[in-house]
Design a protein around this ligand. Structure first.
Ligand code: NAP
Length: 486
């Protein structure tokens, strides 16, 4: 019998008003039904927001040291349950188990970081022109914040939003992606297990199309933090701006790497394939374009093809799998049609381009890792996000031309360069239009204690993680105290 899960509102597990459910399935084996989840309606989102709003005053009054203490307890809980959470991530998102363990480890690190942040100084004392005046700044929470998250990092992304939101004194409503509601219920269980006060964290599952509007437009919501596609993000921006609400958007990418002729080609190919193919390219920071300068094209391409063909395809639960299933059938069809379009536009498939065959793959949504050459820099496949294991190799005449190609798309999330020349490194770091810059490193993979976010259509510009998160999750108050009158 398939287990049924509830929403978590005001410290209690509750059914949605709709009494309707959706199932979540394992992308590696569609016959493996993980559970039934609430198809929440507007009224459920309303209740969750109300619960968060009712306790926003008491949570704000709780000292930030105590708020941080809850996060540290959650980190300990998560660390103790790492394997269970990692297995759940792999089962629901398809991710390779080693990467799922890494995702839980990252969530633990985020909770620890922001747990300690609760004891760190906020605000500054600034000299006043008047010696009688004590002049200082303080940080105030925003109130209720809606968190709308994607499926590809079903634990780490909600945690990297909620840890700073909570420690800086906000209450929250989480709406996870419809593809990964089970991991979201495990997040709720974590907060329940460590006795976070009721109403501070609330979870509702259901379709973004049905409940997204309430999460953005309810007058009790002060801000929305969203990660997902640029299309939905832009809608959220427009709705939030109409209400004068704050919004934070992290969205799509079309991440390039540039290979200069002096690069260590073996290392460059290894890292490029890893960035493009792990988790089947379903990371916003995955490498999607390899722009190769000059006469190293042939050698680099041959290394990339060789390394891609050596990758093992299989379910994430198999520790040897590198290329895992894509999230669902719609995604599989989309990847196939984008590859087809790439060929129609003149691209040449060197490896992959189809779907793997064999009994191991019949029940899941697998796609072959694909490398294409002769891709024109302005073609559809070179400009649009694929979110699949597809690498386009683009020739370029010199470093200047390569930089121009790298910057020619609407996205600007992550970018890398492979070279041993210091001037090329510094020029690239200065001129590339990307929020994350890697030198001789993979476009994917970031550390939680530094700012994260993109430029152009990849982001609203306000950074997540590290110390930068305080800018979105609080507002600054400037206080003048005239001692002469007291
Ligand atoms: P998505 O379709 O935009 O969905 C993201 C979230 O928005 C989901 O919870 C979705 O709910 C919800 N949503 C859908 N329609 C909505 C609406 N009208 N109002 C409010 N919320 C709505 O993205 P995805 O397919 O889950 O994730 C893949 C995308 O995320 C890629 O573009 C990737 O680059 C991006 N991403 C970016 C980052 C980053 O940090 N830059 C990180 C990870 C992923 P439903 O699932 O119910 O539709």
């Amino acid at each position: 019998m398939v287990q049924r899960y509830q929403n978590y509102i005001d410290g209690a597990w509750v059914d949605s008003a709709s009494r309707k459910f959706t199932t979540s399935i394992n992308p590696a084996d569609h016959s493996d039904v993980i559970g039934e989840f609430q198809s929440s309606a507007t009224i459920d989102a309303h209740s969750a927001i109300e619960a968060a709003s009712n306790v926003k005053g008491s949570w704000r009054q709780t000292s930030s040291v105590a708020r941080g203490g809850y996060l540290l307890k959650a980190a300990t809980y998560l660390e103790a349950n790492l394997e269970e959470y990692a297995q759940a991530i792999t089962r629901e998102s398809g991710k390779a188990i080693i990467e799922s363990r890494g995702e839980v480890g990252r969530a633990v690190a985020l909770l620890q970081y922001y747990g300690v942040e609760g004891s760190n100084p906020v605000g500054t004392v600034v000299p006043s022109v008047n010696p009688n005046i004590l002049l200082y700044t303080d940080r105030m929470p925003l109130g209720v914040i809606s968190l709308i998250t994607p499926w590809n990092f079903p634990l780490a992304i909600p945690i990297w939003k909620m840890a700073p939101a909570l420690v800086y004194g906000n209450t929250i409503v989480l709406k996870p992606a419809s593809a990964t509601p089970h991991v979201a219920t495990l997040i709720a269980r974590m907060w329940e297990s460590i006795d976070l006060p009721s109403g501070v964290f609330n979870l509702i599952t259901g379709s973004g199309g049905a409940i997204g509007d309430e999460l953005i437009t309810n007058p009790n919501v002060s801000a929305v933090s969203f990660t997902g596609s640029t299309k939905i993000g832009m809608q959220i921006a427009a709705e939030s701006a109409k209400r004068g609400n704050r919004y934070q958007l992290e969205m799509g990418g079309k991440n390039p790497i540039i290979v200069l002729p002096d690069a260590d080609l073996e290392q460059a190919a290894e890292i490029t394939v890893s960035g493009a193919m792990k988790y089947s390219g379903q990371k916003c920071t995955a490498t999607s374009r390899a722009i190769v300068v000059g006469n190293v094209m042939e050698e680099f391409t041959s290394l990339v093809v060789q390394k891609t063909e050596a990758l093992k395809i299989g379910p994430g639960s198999d520790p040897d799998s590198i290329v895992v299933p894509v999230i669902d059938q719609a995604s599989k069809e989309n990847i196939k049609s984008m590859v087809k379009r790439g060929v129609e536009d003149g691209g040449n498939i060197l490896t992959g381009g189809g779907v793997p065959t064999g009994s191991k793959f019949n029940r899941g949504t697998f796609v072959e890792p694909t490398v294409m050459t002769k891709v024109a820099p302005d073609s559809f496949i070179a400009c649009e996000e694929i979110f699949g294991p597809v690498l386009s190799i683009i020739p370029s005449s010199d470093a200047e031309d390569a930089l121009e190609i790298a910057n020619s798309v609407e996205y600007g999330l992550s970018a890398g360069i492979f070279t041993r020349n210091l001037n090329s490194v510094l020029d690239f770091a200065d001129r590339i239009e990307a929020g994350i810059v890697k030198i001789n490193g993979e476009t994917a993979g970031v550390e939680p204690q530094v700012p994260f976010g993109g430029m152009k259509s990849s982001s609203s510009g306000n950074r997540e993680q590290g110390k930068a998160a305080i800018e979105f999750f609080t507002q600054t108050k400037t206080i003048y105290v005239d001692r002469s009158a007291t």
